[in-house]
Design a protein around this ligand. Structure first.
Ligand code: ZN
Length: 336
């Protein structure tokens, strides 16, 4: 377990992944209340039903019950502050040294039940405008379970094995694919060292780029072998140590370079599309709407259909690989 550094993140930086208005919530607070209404009752009941004789356990339970709202719905920075507190007062050490207690807490906070419940994890997964993994953007977050029942996968930014009391904390749940969830579970990062999608945008950190020479080779060899294309995901904008470290950890932890090495065909196809879908063709598609409003497509829609994926920063979590499509479509000149 790492020692978490103290640092401040301005509150305006929190990115809330829930489009409150479109789902009938006036604001974030109203949504958070709804989350609490669905999740808190069972957790509090579980805590109240547990009567250990051990004084340390009783004191930990009292702290958890007293601060349950903050623990369940606090922002990531608030959760990290709790980690520091629990480190200082020996709670974490006690939990680690007593696996039966840790398991009891895991049962009470019951992530398994949360994930399987249509009214809890199912509801949260449906309501978030996120279908692609927030760590790799290459796979869906919805998986089929053994019985064929679909369930959303959430990664715990602060691992539930170390911090069982954050098992169903709203801002500790990151919609992720199975691969990233597994890769991440082996590591423990503080907020300062990994991109947290509730705070930072993966898109604002990195950009996909191809090597010009390799593209020329691809284009002049009749688009025959996209495997020669050299693709990299590089840090965007000004370099600073903190940003570089977070980005590096993101690349390594989720094997992003290996994943995207397998998607060069897509890069090649985007270059072919950029060649075929000329400005004239796009103007023709636009003109269809002038004669018949039923055929109207706005520019954004035309670009999305031609590229085959979402192309705006705000939409990259809606479909796997949207970030790759967006960056390369821009590079290839398919979009401005
Ligand atoms: Zn992933």
């Amino acid at each position: 377990m790492k020692i978490f550094e103290k640092r401040k993140i301005p509150i305006r930086m929190y990115r809330i992944l829930i489009p409150h208005k479109t789902h009938g919530y006036a604001n974030a607070a109203e949504f958070v209340d709804e989350y609490k209404r669905r999740v808190k009752g069972d957790v509090v009941d579980g805590l109240n039903r547990y009567h250990p004789t051990n004084a340390k356990r009783r004191s930990i339970l009292t702290t958890l019950i007293t601060n349950i709202d903050e623990l369940l719905t606090g922002h990531p920075v608030v959760l990290e502050k709790w980690i520091t507190k629990f480190q200082k007062n020996g709670t974490l050490k006690y939990i680690q040294a007593n696996p039966d207690f840790r398991q009891r807490l895991e049962k009470i906070f019951n992530y398994k039940g949360f994930r399987q419940s249509k009214l809890k994890g199912g509801w949260l997964g449906r309501i978030m405008p996120v279908k692609a993994c927030l760590y790799c953007n290459s796979q869906f977050t919805l998986n089929l379970k053994k019985a064929g029942r679909p369930a959303y996968t959430f990664d715990h930014f602060f691992a539930k094995k170390d911090y069982p009391f954050f098992s169903v904390s709203l801002y500790n749940l990151i919609p992720a694919c199975g691969h990233c969830n597994q890769s991440k579970s082996k590591k423990d990062f503080p907020l300062a060292e990994l991109i947290n999608p509730h705070i930072d945008s993966y898109d604002s950190f990195g950009i996909f780029e191809t090597d010009k020479k390799s593209i020329i080779k691809f284009v002049t060899s009749k688009y025959s072998d996209p495997n020669h294309i050299q693709l990299r995901l590089k840090l965007k904008g000004k370099k600073d140590v903190l940003k570089s470290q977070k980005f590096e950890n993101q690349l390594k932890s989720f094997h992003l370079e290996d994943i995207y090495e397998n998607h060069k065909e897509i890069v090649g196809d985007i270059y072919i599309r950029a060649k075929i879908y000329t400005t004239k063709f796009k103007a023709y598609l636009k003109s269809l709407g002038a004669n018949n409003p039923a055929n109207f497509l706005d520019e954004e829609h035309i670009n999305r259909v031609l590229a085959g994926n979402y192309l705006l920063s705000r939409d990259i979590n809606k479909r796997p690989l949207a970030k790759l499509y967006k960056d390369i479509s821009k590079e290839a000149g398919l979009i401005k």
